[in-house]
Ligand binder design. Structure first.
Ligand code: 7PJ
Length: 277
């Protein structure tokens, strides 16, 4: 199984580690943006040294309760880091829902658009299609919007509803000529889901393979791991690696993580044992 992107046809027969690069400037410090771009560029190199397969650059914090930056602000954060990342020889993904950022990222040569809103913002799917670039896409399920999604998440059948949503978004992309080989699907752990929803979704994750597309999973440091272990966010390395292995053993082909070195090590053991999804 392969993931077809702008410059790379990514071989998913080995589980891939997508490393998270957040570019969220310190709003309290003037000129912090430049400093943040430089440190994010250094972070890309650090992740590369740790064995990352794909870099994922994001300028919008989608943590629960967070405010959305303007598109221009988001682009200013992402662009210098994206330019640098594109020189490093690995596929580069941009974590964005903004039509402006999608358009500009594809102009610059980004390999993948990773959108937690599944290209539902007005103009987002147009920006992808009109670019003429055969970039990869990650479609993710979210109930609600980041500002309010954790207030009262509700489902009758969490796995069934996530699957139905992803199927509907996949159809929307197919209708615009986006080939299936460019698309991966993501259950969206933590996005409008209680801890019980997340755990049920993980247990039933294989049901999401029904569409025949690869799964990408992000559980790294998420609050459900904090609830299960009682650990604050800076002590969730072990829970995150355990979650990544669980996700891969339940069919995920890409794991989106903060702790690249530890995840790469864990997956080496999983692979050496000849285990498969
Ligand atoms: C995800 C994401 C995820 C995908 C974020 C965080 C919140 N993109 N962007 N999947 N999470 N595809 O990392 O805690 O789970 S931002």
């Amino acid at each position: 199984m392969f993931w077809s992107t702008t410059r790379f046809r990514i071989d998913l027969s080995r589980p891939q580690v997508m490393g998270i690069v957040n570019v969220t400037p310190d709003s309290f410090s003037d000129g912090g943006q430049h400093a943040d771009a430089v440190s994010a560029q250094a972070h890309c190199e650090q992740l590369l040294a740790e064995g990352v397969d794909i870099l994922d650059i994001g300028g919008e914090s989608t943590r629960p309760g967070s405010a959305t930056p303007s598109e221009v602000q988001e682009l200013a954060r992402v662009e210098p880091v994206l330019r640098h990342a594109l020189t490093l020889g690995v596929p580069v993904s941009v974590d964005t829902s903004s039509p402006l950022v999608i358009r500009k990222a594809l102009e610059l040569g980004a390999d993948i658009i990773n959108d937690v809103r599944s290209l539902q913002r007005p103009g987002a799917l147009d920006a992808l299609v009109d670019s003429g670039v055969s970039a990869g896409v990650c479609l993710m399920h979210m109930q609600g919007e980041p500002a309010t999604m954790q207030v009262a998440p509700a489902y009758d059948d969490v796995a069934g509803e996530v699957l139905a949503f992803l199927a509907q978004r996949l159809d929307a992309l197919r209708a615009r000529g986006v080939a299936d080989e460019r698309v991966v699907l993501d259950p969206g752990y933590g996005f409008g889901k209680t801890v019980a929803h997340n755990l049920e979704l993980l247990r039933r994750q294989r049901e999401l393979l029904a569409l025949g597309l690869p799964l990408l999973v992000g559980l790294s440091r998420k609050s459900c791991l904090g609830t299960v272990t009682g650990r604050p966010v800076d002590q969730r390395l072990v829970p995150s690696v355990a979650a990544a292995l669980a996700a891969v053993s339940l069919g995920a082909r890409v794991v989106r993580v903060h702790d690249v070195a530890a995840t790469v090590d864990a997956l080496k053991v999983w692979q050496a044992a000849g285990l498969d999804s």
